[in-house]
Design a protein around this ligand. Sequence first.
Ligand code: GBH
Length: 489
Amino acid sequence: VLCVCQCQELDFPPGFQFGVGSSSYQVEGGWNVSDKAESIWDRYILENPDGIRNRSTGKMACNSYRLWQRDIDMVAEMGLDFYRFSISWPRILPTGFSNRISEDGKNYYNNLINGLLEKGIQPVVTIYHWDLPQRLQNLGGWTNPLIADWFVDYARVLFTLYGDRVKTWHTINEPWIICDFGYVFLPPAISDYAVGRLLCNKHVLLAHAKAWRLYDTEFRPKYNGQIAIVNQLTWIEPAGQGDEDIAELAFQDTIGRYTYPIFSKEGGWPQRIQKIIAKKSKEEGYDFSRLPDFTQEEVELIRGTYDFFGMNHYTSRIVRKRRNDETIHTYILQGSRELEIVFETRPEWKNTSSVWFKEFPQGFRRILQWVKRSFGDIKIYVTENGYASDSSSLEDYNRISYLRSYLEQMLLAIKEDGINVLGYTVWTLMDNFEWIDGYHSKFGLYYVNFECPNRTRTPRLSAKYYASVAKSHSLNIPDQDKYIVDKSC
Ligand code: GBH
């Protein structure tokens, strides 16, 4: 076990990059300025105010639409290599389609990108982080196969406007959440677990793949950047002896449906899941499998569309079979209804302020090992990792302890297991609109005063800790006593 106080082997590999992340709806505000159109989150909070904790909204959020310069300064203050943010589709394309580009939307992201570059910070841009134009939702959203082409048109606009300066692109953030949760209870909150969820699953993959191929053929030759999808990976381990096989199945049904088609050698759906859903669909009387087939061309279109593996990681689960009297909710990552398996946590894992989120640092190393086992020795960027607290305190020792122990596990994966992790991103730059949890759970390295109209941002101790790690390029930092409450290492 690594000990932060004594060991020497705590340096990150040369070239390893540190950054911090955010997303458009969670920070921007400016929900109806200028010609910006409505997103599915704007619509949801209007129509279901009680669906969000304390009836909070993202109408103003951190007001980054106005305060972007301060955001850049904060990333610079921490001395980080990159800032990961997302672009709001309805802000750039008010019709949802590429027939009209918003001048104000275009300028907003130009300013942000240029401002970052002036300070030597690389912009890392997520094309889609959940704020779909409502108009496209009205036309079927991610269940309409045409969305793959609409997404590519949108991506083309972004590559054309910003590709000369943006060298790392993320196509879609967490498709598992978009489909498996969006077709249950998260916006668009269409309740269609059986079919809608799986149509969405197919179409996000096609959208991603077509955008990747567009970049690869038309923009890479000029700009030489990198582009990949970002997946949410929760580590899942057997609850007890005999549960090993369902643990692997659980991976295939959560992560697998969004990664095998892209990263596996043969492409296509994870085969066991495909068989299970086909069989169940038949039993249920469908004339087709609820998990839509890929044509051979589609398999080839999607297969290999990556420059790296983007992964968000927060938490872990143990898995066991469903008991006869149990109902499984997707809510708070409680299991897979499709496979009739239940996810739980171990009592010794520490709580955070988010119901779905328990702390288990070893799960981070294990999920990194799973990626290598499943897809070989590929480049990995950790695109999100961070800690939720309901406290506004600036002395966030719990967050520091979370970050330190997760970073240790990542370092072990790099050094002991030879896993090729090239960068790490803290979620998140500052407290922001935490989706249906409103402003209750705070993930920020910076505290944001939401009472105050100018949304004042103040660095927490964790911001200074992270800055020190980035600067030292090591977990062995010169000023570590400041950050550790328990010094009995
Ligand atoms: C990521 O999702 C997101 O990319 C990011 O925007 C978000 O702020 C961050 O992590 C922290 O949540 O039914 O209780 O599970 C992480 C996974 C999935 C956790 C959706 C919250 C919804 C509420 N998230 N989930 S719950």
